[in-house]
Design a protein around this ligand. Sequence first.
Ligand SMILES: [Zn+2]
Length: 274
Amino acid sequence: MLHFAVAGVPYSTPGKAGTLEGLDHAHSLGITAMEMEWVQRVPKNEEHIENIRHKAEELDMYLTVHAPYFINLNAVEEEKLEASKIRILDAMEMGQLAGAHSVCVHPAFYLKMDPEEVYDNVYRATDDIMKRAHKKGLTINLGFETMGKGTQFGSLEEVLKLSKEFGIYPTIDPAHMHARTNGEWNTEAEWNVMFDLYEKYLGKKSLKSVHMHYSGIEYTEKGERRHLPLEKSDARWKGFIKVLKDREIEGTVVCESPIQEDDTILLQKTFQSL
Ligand SMILES: [Zn+2]
């Protein structure tokens, strides 16, 4: 099955809404998945996280996590690098406790270094994270995201290569790829190339449990500026939905549109109508 996830608590959730109310409300709208936006910090209240797991199980909601933004696995200063690793491990630990499938992570900034050197630095940091995760019994996926700006580590090939080395799968965001390349990755032919490459690196079975992001996007020559509603952007989103359907992709597509559930439902309804 392919889920279309709302990114965070739906805006139309009544009252002073937290994740639990958001899950109830998303479910009432016919949405089957949510990405928990732990982008400022990872929640540490285990009782609350367990309540989220029970609620998600009760409603059969597919969960993913977005880890904090303040991460750079290419950080030069040892404390910054360690703090980045801890944020990722915390997000994995709490995400697993919540019953989530995967944690999306913005891996690193190039800091004007040679991309190959950055790759090696990110590789070494990931190796350390995976060893520590293994010791903690963490099996949740670590999903390095394709990034929208040229200053950010995270081209499609970088995240696929890195994921293959560690037996994990990335968070592919075709909107970021579109912004990063100033307009590429916006046709059915290109999305097929994207999935062909994904399959080449991670195997055919990997397309049955993807963690993706999608939305409209505004960009300049520097790449991503901000996310946009689908209908207010140049995204050929109906073609994207068609490719997902044709290739029988499964897993979750998190809709990162600023109008949250409205576009999540639009994607889901269009997918179901094909
Ligand atoms: Zn992200």
